[in-house]
Design a protein around this ligand. Structure first.
Ligand SMILES: [Fe+2]
Length: 180
């Protein structure tokens, strides 16, 4: 039987109940790649038939994790941002996403300004998933009709997160879903 959303969610629950830390999340990342290898899942939730925008596919009432389909119509470049006290896994469904991972190279004592340097750049292709663990800063850049499935440890709209202005070095609090 094909690996579907229900099977994925039940695996996520079992894994994250046992280990909510980085190793457990990495297991979730591998499962997300398996889910994206199911063409029926991609067709149903990430094709032109899916409503555009951000679609909540699942939210776990006990553990708090969410599975979201990002059905993007237009290309976008996000600023570097973190995921607050949570984490995020991005699994590509169509087109691609160029990922950049950043590191703060200042001493992080100034809460309003930061200096960032890129440490890793790569392209996520359909079926591939990338993981952004605690405190990791990344930015995303994708073309029209790029779609991905994102798993987060909690509803990111409800926690404090920051984004970084590369030109000025300013650190800004993020508004809901501003930079995914
Ligand atoms: Fe992100």
């Amino acid at each position: 039987m094909a690996y579907d959303l229900d099977a994925f969610v039940s695996d996520c629950r079992a894994i994250l109940e046992r280990d909510g830390g980085p190793a457990g999340r990495e297991e979730v990342r591998v499962r997300l790649e398996r889910l994206l290898a199911n063409p029926e899942f991609v067709r149903r939730y990430c094709s032109d038939d899916a409503p555009s925008g951000l679609n909540l596919l699942y939210e776990d009432k006990n553990l708090g994790f969410q599975v979201l389909a990002h059905i993007n119509d237009k290309a976008r470049v996000s600023p570097p941002h973190d995921h607050g006290a949570s984490w995020a896994i991005y699994g590509q469904a169509s087109k691609y996403t160029d990922m950049t991972e950043w590191e703060r190279v200042d001493d992080a004592r100034d809460r309003s300004h930061a200096k960032l340097e890129p440490v890793k750049k790569y392209r996520l292709m359909p079926g591939q998933a990338g993981i952004y663990q605690d405190g990791k800063i990344h930015s995303i850049d994708y073309p029209d009709k790029a779609r991905f499935v994102r798993v987060t440890g909690t509803n990111l709209d409800k926690i404090d997160r920051v984004r970084f202005d590369l030109k000025t070095g300013e650190v800004h609090q993020m508004t809901p879903q501003q930079a995914t």
